[in-house]
Design a protein around this ligand. Structure first.
Ligand SMILES: [Zn+2]
Length: 429
């Protein structure tokens, strides 16, 4: 059974959820704590629940943030947060607690909740969200972020009304195969949901923009956005604290700026509070894709060196990429953020197989954030990489594997701007 078998409504409903959070955290002190991280304009608390295994060092943990209920009348999102919190305190989530700090904001917009009105924005973050999330992220820049919404009988999609549930790889770009990575993860989430009996679709943010702003009449959907890849993100300002300045810039989800600032893995979710008439069904159907994603954050995906969310290809692609360095998760996050913010100052890294036993790789950095440290990573079809040299000297490297290839991971340090070249010696095959 789900935590809530009804949708809490109005002031009483908000108090009911806040009370449940207090009771739950009280009973699960070993793994959960509550912090009030802000207040709504009408002075309701905005609580965040932190769930982790406190006995293990935070330096080794990923940061995952789950926000819910930013659009006040999207009733389904109200019951999913408590369900996720309950799951995270269960024995099934032990591995997640060991390797992650998960922060759940069950009701981001209490004002909208109480009035059962939108009281938010479809195109930018609200001032309250910027302050509350900006403050939280100063200490906890997320590696993964998911924002829960809910579709209704008429709200949401203009062409498929009343029934749809959707996983949205939101606010990502095509930089560094991010679109592929987000789609890979979304499809894993979708499979997990289907296995439990919940039919989800995977839509991009562009698909969603089209059907949110389309027309309900048959034949009246805008078609240009379906034909073309729309770079909605390019208009966002990532240099403010947590801000997208102009009103007409599109970020339906709270996670847009996180991708741009920290290369966070970002998802939007749309549950459905019309087709699923039982609150417990909404809670469970929302929970499943979320647990699938959280579990992925505690495993190693095939192209990643370490366990964690797949956020480490910062430039290039699966075959040659620039990646962060660091002895633990916190160091790698800092390195990731530094490189990500300099990504426009790297050339696309280059590789060339000059003979059957030699591959040369080159990276050019022309920025000013020096010294620049990064790892160059190549996917090789050869097994036993013999040596890697740069400027005539052999360098240390690591390897890791997927099912059919070997990745070489070479730390690099550039004291000044220019080009660095690596010569990789490998067996003939
Ligand atoms: Zn919404």
């Amino acid at each position: 059974m789900a935590v809530f078998d009804h949708i809490p409504m109005g002031e009483e409903g908000l108090k009911e959820i806040h009370q449940w959070l207090d009771d739950w955290v009280g009973k699960n002190k070993a793994v959960a704590r509550k912090e009030i991280i802000g207040r709504s304009p009408d002075h309701w608390d905005i609580p965040a629940i932190f769930i982790t295994n406190e006995a293990l060092p935070s330096e080794d943990k990923q940061i995952a943030v789950i926000t819910l209920g930013r659009h006040g009348q999207e009733l389904g999102a109200r019951v999913v947060g408590p369900e996720i919190i309950r799951y995270l305190c269960s024995s099934d989530a032990e591995e997640i607690r060991k390797t992650q700090v998960v922060i759940v904001l069950p009701v981001v917009n209490p004002e909208g909740f109480v009035s059962n009105e939108f009281r938010s924005s479809m195109t930018s973050l609200t001032k309250t969200e910027r302050l509350v999330l900006g403050g939280l992220f100063k200490e906890f820049p997320p590696d993964m972020m998911i924002d829960f919404h809910s579709l209704g009988k008429t709200a949401g999609s203009k062409y498929d009304r009343g029934d749809m549930e959707v996983i949205i790889p939101a606010n990502t770009t095509r930089w560094a195969v991010d679109e592929q990575v987000h789609q890979y993860v979304a499809q894993e989430m979708q499979k997990a949901a289907e296995f439990e009996g919940w039919p989800y679709e995977v839509h991009t943010l562009e698909d969603l923009a089209t059907y949110y702003f389309g027309d309900t009449k048959i034949g009246n959907m805008p078609w240009t956005t379906l034909k073309e890849k729309v770079y909605l993100l390019h208009m966002q300002d990532s240099y403010d604290n947590y801000h997208i300045p102009e009103e007409d810039q599109y970020t339906n989800y709270t996670c847009g700026p996180a991708y741009l600032k920290w290369h966070t893995l970002v998802f939007g979710m749309e549950t459905n509070h019309y087709a699923l008439s039982r609150a417990s069904d909404i809670a469970l159907s929302g929970l499943v894709p979320c647990t699938s994603l959280l579990k992925m954050g505690s495993t190693r995906l095939p192209w990643e060196k370490d366990k964690g969310y797949p956020v480490n290809i910062l430039h290039g692609d699966f075959r040659i990429s620039i990646r962060p360095l660091g002895k633990n998760t916190t160091d790698r996050r800092a390195s990731r953020i530094k490189i990500w913010n300099e990504r426009n100052n790297f050339n696309l890294p280059q590789r060339e197989m000059v003979d059957h036993e030699t591959t040369i790789a080159r990276v050019r950095y022309f920025g000013r954030d020096l010294p620049m440290e990064f790892a160059l990573c190549l996917r090789m079809r050869q097994n036993n990489i013999k040596s890697i040299t740069t400027r005539g000297k052999e360098v240390q490297f690591e390897t890791f594997k997927d099912s059919c290839s070997t990745f070489v991971y070479v730390p690099a340090l550039m004291e000044r701007a220019g080009t660095i070249e690596f010569i990789i010696k490998h067996p003939h095959r």
